[in-house]
Structures are given as C-alpha cells and as structure tokens.
Design a protein around this ligand. Structure first.
Ligand code: URA
Length: 209
C-alpha cells in the first residue's frame, strides 16, 4: 500500500490556514500557494537521486552532489494544478512539465480528458503529479493511469488538501503512488467538494469565482 505523507511543518500549516480563509484575496491565495508549493517540493524531493560532480571552490577541488532536474517531470492536472507549478519550478528549475486537461462532469463527477501533452522519454523520468485538491480522486486517478501508460520510473502525487474518500480511492487504484498532502480534511460533500476545504481551488487561484 502507498504511503500518505502529511506535511506537518509549522510553515506549511500556517500558510494553509491563511489560504483557507474565505476572505483571502486572489493575490494572497496565489502567493501563499506559490510559497506552499516550494515547501511541498522540498519534502517530495527528499529522496531524489544525487549525482557526484567535481567542482572547484575558491580554496580547492571537491566532490559535490547535484540533482539532475531534467529527470523530473511535474505533471499538472489542468487547470488548478498550474497553481502549484510555479512554486515547484522555482526550486526545481530544470524539471520538465507535462499537462493533462481533465474536467469533472458535474453530474457524474467523472473526469473527461481534453488535453494530454508529456515530455519525451518518460520511461527515464520520475513524475510528480500536482493537483491542489484530492477530493473524489477521480481526476488524479485517471491522470495517473494515462501517465503510467508511458512507463515512468516512479510517480508521486502532490496535493495541498485531501480527504479520506480521495485517499482511499487513490490507494485502491494506484497502491504504488505515494501521496504528499498538507492536510487530510474531514469529508466530501454531495457535490464532491472537500469539507472544510478551501472551496474551488481553480476559482480561487484564477479569480473566476
Ligand atoms: N476541487 C476543488 O477545487 N475543491 C474541492 O473541494 C474539491 C475539488
């Protein structure tokens, strides 16, 4: 079974609480999401492979360690996933980016795909799928199914807020995909929204409410 990593760091919890407030402005929400995405990237890349490199300091030659950022792919589930990209790319600037366009059919809550574009040679890369909300899990499950067909070396899921229903569905569908989340909220409502949650993440990022 996959692991669920709850990012309990005080900075993460503090910023998430500010984001949840209904009167947080679009720019505040976006700014906090950007900062939180950097902190999430820090945690999620904790076990990324390092390569040895010889470098010259002003004093002498030494062997240092670097990440091959090009081997990492951030896969954004449109459109809310894009809110996480900027922050993650600012700390992993070499990462490649893939996009999956899925919308939730409002009646069935099932995902419908309208866009799919990934970097080449996915079988040589480690993937981090990003989506702020793990609600029913339907979109993330479908996105990961599509990514898996390209045989990447590994897949992790980064979501800001999750709920027990979404985690259970994800673990049942993809027991090999670890989940990184800042919070596991109480429950889903009848419309597939997380309670207490933060509302519609896409609307709050892009100011389309
Ligand atoms: N998508 C959102 O943006 N918010 C939720 O609470 C659930 C799904």
């Amino acid at each position: 079974m996959s692991q669920v990593h709850v990012l309990s760091h005080p900075l993460v919890q503090h910023k998430l609480t500010l984001m949840r407030k209904k009167d947080a402005s679009t720019s505040t929400f976006r700014h906090l999401l950007n900062e939180l995405s950097m902190l999430m990237a820090y945690e999620i890349t904790r076990d990324v492979a390092l390569q040895e490199v010889e470098i010259e300091t002003p004093m002498e030659t030494m062997t240092g360690h670097v990440i091959d950022g090009k081997k990492l792919v951030l896969v954004s589930i449109l459109r809310a996933g894009n809110g996480i990209l900027e922050g993650m790319l600012s700390v992993i600037p070499g990462a490649r980016v893939g996009h999956i366009g899925l919308y939730r059919d409002p009646k069935t809550l099932k995902p419908v795909e309208y866009y799919f574009k990934m970097p080449k040679e996915m079988d040589e890369r480690d993937v981090i799928v990003v989506d702020p909300m793990l609600a029913t899990g339907n979109s993330a499950i479908a996105a990961i199914e599509r990514v898996k067909a390209l045989n990447p070396k590994s897949i992790k899921l980064a979501c800001l807020v999750s709920c027990p229903e979404g985690i259970a569905a994800m673990q049942a569908a993809h027991p090999d995909v670890d989940i990184y989340t800042a919070a596991i909220d109480r429950q889903l409502n009848d419309h597939g929204y997380i309670l207490p949650g933060l509302g519609d993440a896409g609307d709050r990022i892009f100011g389309t409410q």
